[in-house]
Design a protein around this ligand. Structure first.
Ligand code: NAD
Length: 303
């Protein structure tokens, strides 16, 4: 079996590449990435093949040969980027290019985002009205549309996974786009009060990257076409995250609140997990307390 992971040197892509070679030791695994927000450091110990290149570059993709499975993680992930043409050419056009290199019977599992729901009602269901609030989220709405259309036209198996807020090892190269869990932990480790928007009661469905890897594997195993939420179903406030970090780090910091400069902000995200459970058999295993404890103690503190 030949497997391709796009965005393979990124946060989620590298965790996935490393997990795939454990699960499929006989497979040939290729990770590709243009290193825009990823790093080869994330792939330490990876025995598959890493190639630097862009998903907009059709020649680069063609030379890779064909694949049985593609896990498509590559994207511009900085949500503050305002250049729509660039965002769409990578996040949507890049997907169309990778479809071209798949065998006729292949499977694609790709990364969508809970950003598509904006400030819609919770728990967020896959078929509710989409309210993308920035160009990044708009690109993911378009990606979902294009992917489902291609699946139908070409009779391919394509699963789109709408990740909620992912945190965990190998996210540090994302810089300011890394999870708030890492950013707050780093402030607290360097003995600073954790800074959050007033008054810390905005909530997110935070999901540990180990669960996200599992969701990708389940989606491959299920062989279903469709779009599925990948969240825990539980929303946690930023105040609560600081409480859990204090407990994990043995500290006692009070949050430092400041005004939210953004005109638009998602106040509450929470996945409805019913469809993913029924259709691909995925249910998150890590609670926020367990995920943060594993992440901080086994990765952040030791790096
Ligand atoms: N982390 C989250 O909370 C989250 C939430 C929702 C959706 N997602 C989606 O999950 C996927 C992975 O995100 P991540 O969190 O690992 O971020 P990431 O930035 O670490 O990963 C994206 C990877 O894609 C690479 N890349 C960007 N443009 C490329 C191009 N043109 N050609 C080749 N490679 C390119 C980057 O260098 C990076 O390594 C993305 O599609 C993202 O939109 C992530």
């Amino acid at each position: 079996m030949r497997i391709l992971v796009t965005g393979g040197a990124g946060f989620i892509g590298s965790n996935l590449s490393l997990a795939l070679e454990k699960k499929f030791p006989e497979a040939q695994i290729f990770a590709i990435d243009d290193l825009r927000s990823g790093s080869v450091e994330n792939l330490k110990g990876f025995k598959g093949k890493f190639l630097k290149g862009k998903i907009e570059d059709k020649n680069f993709l063609k030379n890779l040969g064909t694949f049985d499975v593609i896990f498509h993680q590559a994207a511009i992930t900085d949500t503050t980027i305002l250049n729509k043409e660039e965002m769409f050419s990578v996040n949507v056009g890049g997907f169309e290019n990778i479809v071209e290199i798949l065998k006729e019977q292949g499977t694609i599992v790709y990364a969508s985002s809970a950003g598509v729901y904006g400030n819609g009602p919770v728990p967020m269901k896959e078929n509710q009205k989409l309210l993308p609030h920035n160009i990044y989220a708009e690109s993911k709405v378009k990606l979902d549309e294009v992917a489902m259309k291609i699946a139908k036209e070409k009779n391919l198996t394509i699963a789109g996974l709408r990740y909620f807020n992912v945190y965990g090892p190998r996210e540090k190269y994302k810089g300011k786009s890394a999870s708030m869990i890492l950013q707050l932990a780093k402030q607290m480790i360097s003995k600073k009060r954790p800074r959050i928007f007033k008054w810390g009661e905005q909530k997110r469905d935070f999901i540990y990257v180990k669960d996200v890897v599992e969701a990708n594997l389940k989606a491959l195993g299920a062989g279903k076409t469709g779009i599925f939420n990948v969240g825990t179903g539980v929303a946690t406030s930023f105040n609560k995250i600081i409480e859990i970090l204090n407990h994990t780090l043995g500290t006692d910091f009070e949050p430092e609140y400041f005004d939210n400069p953004y005109g638009f902000y998602q106040d509450l995200t929470q996945a409805d997990t019913t469809l993913a459970e029924k259709q691909i058999g995925f249910k998150a295993k890590w609670s926020i307390e367990e995920g943060i404890s594993d992440y901080i103690n086994n990765y952040v503190k030791t790096s």
